[in-house]
Design a binder for this molecule. Structure first.
Ligand code: 13P
Length: 275
C-alpha cells in the first residue's frame, strides 16, 4: 500500500526496528526496490533528490510508485529528500508524493524553524509526512568538520515545528563509500533522550554495520542508503556492458545490474530490521 511514513514509524517504534529508505537514482530501479522490500516483508521509503525528481517528473514518479505500491501488503512511501525550497516541496506534494523533507540545516536556527513550520503546514494540507534537518550531514568524499546537532536545540526545534522525523548531525557524510565514519553515538544518545520523535540517519553508506544497529536502538527509525546502491549497480554495469554485444537486449542487461542493487537492498533491510 502507498502511505506516508507515519504509520511505518509508529510500527517501527513498537517493533524496535528501523525502516530503510533507499535513494532512487533512475526510474528503472523503482519496481525492483519495492519488490525487494516486499520479498523481505519490510516497509520501505523510496526517496529521491530534488534533481532526480525534476529529471523524472514529480507526478510521473509518484504515479509509478503509487501504481507499484498499491497492490502490495507492505507500506511504501515516496519521499522528497533534502528539499531546501518550499516551491520544490509544493511541486512534490502536488505531484502526489506521500512524504517530504525540508532541509534548512544551513540556516540559523530561528530561520530553519520558521521555514520548517511553513513546510509542515504544506505537508499537513496534503496529508503527507515531513522530515526536517538540524545540524549538518556532510557531503562528498572528504571528511570535514561539520556541526553536530545540539540536543537542546533539537528539543526546541521539535516542539516548535511539529515535524514527524528529524535528521541530525552526528558525524555522518553523504556519499562516503570508500571508508567508514567515526560517528558520535554519545551525541545521538543525548538527542534521543531530549526528543520523542523518530530520528533519521543520513549518509548510511559510510556508517559501520554495527553502528547502524546501535543507531536504530538509539531512536533512528529511518535509515537512508543511497551511494552504496548506486555503486553496486554501476560496478555490475561496468562488467556487464563491457562483455555485452551491441544488439544484446538492453532490458536483460539492466536486469543484471538491478539484481546487484537488489542484493545490496536486501542486505540493508536485514541490517535495520534484525537489530
Ligand atoms: P548515502 O548516499 O551516503 O548512503 O546517503 C544517503 C542519504 O542520506 C540520502 O539523504
Amino acid at each position: 500500500m502507498y502511505t506516508t511514513m507515519i504509520p511505518m514509524m509508529v510500527q517501527a517504534k513498537k517493533d524496535k526496528k528501523g525502516v530503510p529508505a533507499f535513494n532512487i537514482h533512475a526510474l528503472e530501479v523503482v519496481p525492483m526496490m519495492a519488490r525487494t522490500a516486499e520479498g523481505k516483508g519490510s516497509p520501505v521509503i523510496l526517496q529521491v533528490s530534488v534533481s532526480t525528481a525534476k529529471y523524472i517528473g514529480f507526478q510521473l514518479l509518484a504515479d509509478i510508485v503509487r501504481e507499484v505500491a498499491e497492490p502490495m501488503e507492505i507500506p511504501v512511501a515516496l519521499h522528497l529528500d533534502h528539499a531546501s525550497s518550499l516551491d520544490d516541496i509544493e511541486a512534490a506534494l502536488a505531484g502526489g508524493f506521500s512524504s517530504v523533507m525540508y532541509d534548512g540545516s544551513r540556516l540559523p536556527l530561528d530561520e530553519n524553524i520558521q521555514n520548517t513550520k511553513r513546510a509542515v503546514a504544506l505537508a499537513r494540507a496534503a496529508n503527507a509526512s515531513i522530515e526536517a534537518e538540524l545540524g549538518i550531514v556532510g557531503r562528498g568524499k572528504i571528511i570535514e568538520a561539520y556541526p553536530y546537532t545540539d540536543p537542546a536545540d533539537a528539543k526546541e526545534f521539535v516542539a516548535e515545528t511539529g515535524v514527524d522525523a528529524l535528521a541530525v548531525g552526528i558525524g555522518t557524510h553523504h556519499g562516503q563509500y570508500k571508508a567508514k565514519t567515526e560517528i558520535r553515538l554519545d551525541i545521538l544518545d543525548q538527542i534521543h533522550q531530549a526528543v520523542d520523535i523518530p530520528l533519521v540517519l543520513h549518509g548510511g553508506t559510510g556508517v559501520k554495520e554495527e553502528d547502524v544497529k546501535t543507531c536504530v536502538r538509539l531512536g533512528m527509525l529511518k535509515l537512508n542508503f543511497g551511494t552504496e546502491l548506486n555503486v553496486s549497480w554501476v560496478n555490475r554495469a561496468k562488467r556487464v556492458f563491457a562483455e555485452a554485444e551491441p544488439d544484446d537486449s538492453l532490458r536483460e542487461l539492466m536486469l543484471l545490474c538491478n539484481a546487484a542493487m537488489a542484493e545490496t537492498i536486501a542486505r540493508k533491510i536485514d541490517l535495520v530490521r534484525d537489530v
